[in-house]
Design a protein. Structure first.
Length: 330
């Protein structure tokens, strides 16, 4: 019987200790073999034991969040009817009959008629297109303008940062509703673009401050300093190292603000300076129905309810995204 070598004892004892510490672990005893981690490793790791990124970890949490699922389904439904309202109604929102003005629910007209004899159900469906368009376009414009200006200010600092800070202070001092009354009262266009432009004009400072602070925090990390030491250009550091790690707070704030922009459009339209007829808007319908609320409350109930559900869905979605992307809440 061959004599057992000391290193055989050490290898055997190491295998036993490894099996005891790791639980049900397959150990290869042949020389040259290595231990391989099975897919789905410890908490916080992905396949083959690789650590999950912030985005994959956030998506994993979002899929398990019922608030995100419910709000996402509501928003998906709103987007679908905004693009194809003919899927759930075959009537024209501008086809009105004064003989049916203020009448209640009837077969084929579940929400009744408004003061002009237009079908409230059809106008509520088509009003989603306007609100979603204003909210999405305003959010994209605000995020792009504010993110770029704030990111550049946070990265370069100095005079550029000081100028941007003073400009944002000026814009923060302008009341939104008062600014809308002044700015939009001289606009005669009935399209959504003047309203979108106004929201972008007054909304970018908030995103700019968020982006500035996020970039300042990200550029102090070791990997950014290492890239700078290796001779990386400013553009490469911004696009490859800083922006992917600084964009999460901007996404969270923009998602929550989207619902605010929709309610702002409805408020301005209600005051008569936002969207104007013949554009179909929930704010216009709420304004027209406010004087008939006692005699025909259905005229106010449905567009106001649709507006409230839409704003709530986007705010809930923003809260879910914030919880998933904020490491402090894990």
């Amino acid at each position: 019987m061959p004599e057992q070598q000391p290193w055989d004892d050490a290898r055997a004892s190491g295998a036993i200790s490894g099996a005891g510490a790791g639980g049900a672990m397959d150990l290869a005893m042949d020389e040259g073999t290595t231990l391989e981690k099975t897919p789905g490793g410890p908490e916080g790791t992905g396949p083959a034991g690789k650590p999950r990124s912030l985005w994959s970890d956030a998506w994993r949490d979002l899929r398990r969040n019922p608030v995100f699922i419910i709000s996402g389904l509501v928003i998906l439904f709103l987007v679908i009817i905004s693009i194809w309202p003919q899927l759930i109604t075959d009537l024209d929102p501008l086809d009105c009959d004064l003989a049916k003005a203020q009448e209640g629910s009837q077969p084929g007209h579940p929400f009744g008629f408004d003061g002009q004899g237009c079908d409230v159900y059809t106008r509520t469906v088509y009003g989603a297109r306007t609100s979603v368009t204003v909210g999405v376009c305003s959010t994209l414009g605000v995020s792009l303008l504010g993110g770029v200006l704030g990111g550049l200010a946070g990265f370069f600092g100095g005079t550029w940062d000081a100028i941007l800070s003073r400009v944002t202070d000026v814009f923060f001092g302008i009341p939104v509703v008062l600014g809308g009354l002044v700015f939009l009262s001289v606009v005669t266009s009935s399209t959504v673009w003047p309203v979108i432009g106004f929201i972008v004009l007054l909304g970018w400072p908030q995103i700019a401050r968020i982006a500035r602070g996020s970039v300042i925090t990200a550029k102090q990390n070791d990997y950014v300093q290492a890239a700078r030491a290796l001779g990386a250009s400013n553009g490469r550091m911004m696009l490859r190292h800083i922006a992917p790690n600084a964009v999460a707070p901007v996404i969270v704030v923009a998602t929550i603000a989207l619902g605010t922009y929709i309610s702002l459009e409805a408020t301005l339209s209600y005051l008569g300076v936002g969207l104007k007829p013949p554009t179909v808007s929930w704010g216009i319908d709420i304004s027209a129905a406010s004087q008939y609320v006692r005699n025909a409350p259905h005229m106010l109930l449905w567009p106001a309810g649709a507006l409230a559900v839409t704003v709530l869905a986007f705010i809930m979605l923003g809260d879910a995204v914030r919880d998933a992307l904020d490491p402090k809440l894990r």
